[in-house]
Every structure is written in structure tokens, then in C-alpha cells.
Write a new protein. Structure first.
Length: 180
């Protein structure tokens, strides 16, 4: 390699080191992916929170139908109660298929128990109870939906097996005296 080649190469390296026209584009390329990942995780967290809030409201409304005896006198089925809940919940795909409800009666409020809705492998149990009780009974209504977490970041959204979150809501009450 001749002296002129070395000087030309050194000049080229100096010009490259001084050039800053594309530095903003390079910096954006380096920070864009993590920025959008965090942004997406924040948005998904907000959607999960909003979905949980609407599920709470829907379970309270269905609980009111049971508490006042409208569900019992109307011979409502599990599928009909699921449809009522799904009519109020937003951002949930395949709600009527994926939403599971558990309705149990108890003799006293102190005996109300929350049995685990998942099997030992962490999967949602699909055979849940459905007993709306009669006037004066204490009833526990629970609804479960498995939300598939899409965010690639470990945000704490996944609380179930794999990358899913079990969204659940419950309400306990004493049925009002109603006539059949």
C-alpha cells in the first residue's frame, strides 16, 4: 500500500467521523424499537385494565338479575348469562366462547369460598358450577376470561400459563325474596 493510499484512506475516515447528517436517523433507528415496544405494552396494559373494569360492571349487572330473581323466574341458562355479560364487555374477542362463569350458592357469607378456577397445569377449568339458588340464598357469581398477552415485554400482564392473563370478576350477595 502506497503512501497516497494511506493518506486517502485516513482522509476518508476523518470525513466519515466528522459527518453527522444521518446521525439522527441512526439514533432513531436504535431507539425506535424499544420505544414502540414500551408504548405497545402501555397501551395493552390500559386495554386490559379497561376490559377488567367493564367485566366487573357486567358481572354486577348479571348478579342483579340473579339477586332479584329475574334470572330464575325467566329460566335463564349459562349461555344467556354469558351473552348478557359479553354484551357489555369491550375489547374481548370470541367472548361467548371464551368467557366462563361460575355461579354457586352457600349457606352463609362466612362459608363463601373462591375455589381456584385453574387446573394444576394453569389452564382454565371449563366445567364450572351453575346454581342460581332461590330466594334468600347466598350466591357467588364469578366470570373468567383468558386474555392472550401480545406485548413482547415482561410487563407483569401475564399471570397465567404462558403469555396469558386470567381476567376475573366476582360478586357475592343474598338473593332477595321473590315469588316464582
Amino acid at each position: 500500500m502506497t503512501q497516497s493510499d494511506k493518506t486517502e484512506r485516513a482522509g476518508l475516515l476523518r470525513r466519515f467521523a466528522r459527518a453527522n447528517q444521518a446521525s439522527v436517523a441512526v439514533e432513531f433507528a436504535l431507539t425506535a424499537i424499544p420505544f414502540f415496544m414500551v408504548l405497545f405494552a402501555i397501551i395493552e396494559g390500559g386495554i386490559v385494565f379497561f376490559t377488567t373494569a367493564t367485566l366487573d360492571n357486567a358481572v354486577n349487572d348479571v348478579g342483579r338479575l340473579i339477586r332479584t330473581g329475574q334470572a330464575q323466574t325467566g329460566n335463564m341458562t349459562t349461555a344467556q348469562l354469558v351473552e348478557k355479560i359479553c354484551g357489555e364487555v369491550v375489547f374481548v374477542s370470541n367472548c361467548t366462547t371464551n368467557l366462563k362463569i361460575d355461579v354457586r350458592t352457600y349457606s352463609s357469607f362466612s362459608s363463601v369460598a373462591f375455589p381456584t378456577p385453574v387446573d394444576p397445569d394453569g389452564n382454565l377449568i371449563t366445567t364450572l358450577q351453575f346454581n342460581m339458588g332461590s330466594a334468600g340464598d347466598i350466591v357467588l357469581v364469578r366470570a373468567f376470561y383468558v386474555w392472550n398477552v401480545l406485548s413482547p415485554l415482561p410487563t407483569g400482564l401475564a399471570n397465567n400459563t404462558g403469555s396469558s392473563r386470567l381476567i376475573q370478576s366476582s360478586v357475592a350477595f343474598r338473593n332477595e325474596p321473590y315469588s316464582s
